[in-house]
Write a protein that binds this ligand. Structure first.
Ligand SMILES: N[C@@H](CCC(=O)N[C@@H](CS)C(=O)NCC(=O)O)C(=O)O
Length: 201
């Protein structure tokens, strides 16, 4: 299988890099520097129509959406062990956390990131931030309960859902101060050899 990861450090492409490393797959990295506007290059728009990261090319076919790519790799790579099979009882929890992270956790975190750190003053709507922080804290409370008595989200075993969650939790470590189980959970995830600490290139 030929894999090409369209990547920039710090972006959601880290999720893909993380799972590719967990699965010990070989892949090529194509860096797209969003800060230099490379996402809007015609050749990249032909790969990702929104000019966003990540994209993964698999034997010439392109996939976009980090959650979908993570899930697809977890399910499709033989022997992956990163997603329960559809007929397993733990599949319910797996689906739940994959979607919970992509929606309830990531949406407010992204508002905080966008309006608090990324957008310039003239575009940022700072008034959004307190509400987003409240929604983020509510989602953190749910996740805190989920990892209070187990190491990982799904049946206590590491899965693709932890990759989805760990990437977002690392955005705002300061917000975890009232969530001791999540602090330990994030520390545990960061200790995994496949965790993407340093940029890929
Ligand atoms: N839901 C998409 C979001 C992709 C996304 O927003 N990526 C950011 C980087 S983390 C991006 O490319 N932003 C540049 C832009 O929107 O032009 C996913 O998870 O793949």
């Amino acid at each position: 299988m030929e894999l090409i990861l369209y990547y920039m450090p710090g972006t959601r492409a880290e999720r893909i890099r993380w799972i590719l490393e967990e699965l010990d797959l070989e892949y090529r990295v194509e860096t797209i520097d969003l800060f230099k506007g490379e996402g809007q290059r015609a050749d990249y728009l032909a790969i990702h129509p929104l000019g966003q990261l990540p994209a993964l090319k698999v034997d010439g076919e392109v996939m976009i959406e980090s959650g979908a790519i993570v899930q697809w790799l977890a399910e499709s790579v033989p022997g992956s062990n990163l997603a329960p099979a559809p007929d397993q009882p733990t599949r319910c929890a797996f689906n739940q956390w994959m979607y919970f992270v992509a929606t309830s956790l990531e949406a407010p975190a992204w508002e905080m990131m966008l309006h608090g750190r990324i957008l310039p003053d003239e575009q940022a709507v700072r008034e959004i931030i307190p509400f987003a922080e409240k929604r983020y804290a509510e989602a953190l409370g749910v996740l805190e309960n989920a990892v209070k008595d187990q190491d990982y989200l799904v049946d206590g075993r590491f899965s693709a859902a932890d990759i989805m969650a760990g990437y977002i939790l690392a955005w705002f470590p300061g917000q975890l101060v009232s969530y001791p189980a999540l602090q330990s959970y994030l520390a545990r995830l960061k200790q995994r050899p496949a965790y993407p600490h340093a940029p890929a290139n």
